[in-house]
Design a protein around this ligand. Structure first.
Ligand SMILES: [Zn+2]
Ligand SMILES: [Zn+2]
Length: 365
């Protein structure tokens, strides 16, 4: 039996004993060390997304391989970060250099994870279901980590860090000296600030509704911090010689903030939608402004990343200290504390909450 956080219905969450599915020949069993509380997990229980229930949440996780199928090809004891977007390598998008749009990834949402105590089968969130002591996942969904990378904290490489840094580097294509606006400073937004810094941005303007985010934003690399306000675009132009930002990264996922990000970008600049928003809102643009401002509006899914390749590319930054995996972690909690972490997230408080399992759990065999 494995303890796991099960969403039984929208708003209904609890830790339960579950039985994981049997290990297949291409699978590995991973004892989880750390699992992040991501906004997408919240979206799966607050009605924004409608996944199948019951579902074990969690898709941003790291751990140790404790069992491997005969064809898995992963050594026991290997430290790994889980990848919720394993590209198939054969579909049209994979063949055209867009593995983050792989047509098989959406199918991962329907992956059976095992059984609840009463015999009901559950689904594993994004094929992982990582808010659990252990998971059974395809070997293709684990990315090896060096032993000297902090294991629990490296969970964030699997979603927030890859998404945020990739949004800045791959989607916005931030260049040295650029001015970058980041709206919404949760785990992803703070990582987008980090990504802008790593790309050599000049001015990095970080915006949040809560002024309590300023210290986190500046640690991540922000040069300016603004509390969100209706005149945001005017204030951004005041910091960018009247032009507006070269790139804006909207990390909230609402029509209002997308519109603000768009308006705060200079003529010819790029506005990137990173936040996952609902489908019952509309963003409006008039034809003249589309023509006049010549801006680009794009979205960024999983940071436009090939997770395995891009996580490997980030490891040198972790090793030399330019990327601090723990910089955005403000709460270290247990599985049972996740509902409270969702409430803090709803209120816009804190950075990343990380579920950490005790060392004896991580080391036991
Ligand atoms: Zn996530
Ligand atoms: Zn594919």
């Amino acid at each position: 039996m494995t303890q796991a956080l099960v969403a039984s219905a929208p708003g209904e969450l609890g830790v339960q004993d579950v039985t994981l599915r049997a290990l297949g020949e291409d699978d590995v069993r991973v004892r989880i060390a750390g699992v992040g509380v991501c906004h997408s997990d919240l979206s799966m229980v607050n009605g924004t997304l409608r996944p199948a229930y019951p579902q074990v949440l969690g898709h941003e996780a790291s751990g140790v391989v404790t069992e491997a199928g005969t064809h898995a090809g992963v050594p026991l004891g290997q430290h790994v970060v889980l990848n919720w977007a394993v590209p198939c390598g054969t579909c049209w998008h994979c063949g055209h250099g867009e593995p983050w749009l792989c047509s098989t990834i959406e199918g991962m949402t329907g992956t059976p994870g095992g059984m609840l105590a009463d015999g009901t089968t559950f689904e594993a969130c994004l094929g992982l279901g990582a808010m659990a002591e252990e998971v059974v996942v395809p070997a293709a969904a684990v990315v090896p980590l060096p032993d000297d990378v902090p294991l629990a904290e490296s969970a964030l490489l699997g979603c927030a860090i890859l998404t945020g840094i990739g949004a800045a580097r791959n989607a916005a294509r931030v260049q040295p000296g650029d001015s970058v606006l980041v709206i919404g400073l949760g785990g992803v937004g703070l990582s987008a600030v980090t990504g802008a810094r790593l790309a050599g941005a000049g001015r990095i303007i970080a915006v949040d509704v809560s002024e309590s985010k300023e210290a986190l934003a500046r640690t991540a690399g922000a040069t300016d911090f603004l509390v969100a306000s209706p005149d945001l675009a005017t204030r951004v132009r005041g910091l960018t010689e009247g032009r507006g930002a070269d790139q804006a990264l909207e990390c909230v996922g609402s029509a209002a903030t997308i519109r603000q990000a768009w308006t705060a970008v200079r003529r010819g600049g790029t506005c990137v939608v990173v936040g996952l928003g609902p489908k019952d809102q509309q963003v409006t643009f008039n034809p003249l402004e589309l023509f006049h401002f010549s801006r680009t509006l794009v979205s960024s899914i999983y940071g436009n990343s090939d997770a395995r390749r891009d996580i490997e590319r980030l490891l040198p930054y972790v090793a030399d200290g330019r990327l601090d995996l723990a910089a955005t972690i403000t709460d270290r909690i247990s599985l049972a504390d996740v509902p409270a972490a969702f409430e803090r997230m709803q209120r816009g408080e804190g950075g990343r909450a990380l579920v950490v399992f005790p060392p004896h759990h991580q080391e036991a065999s």
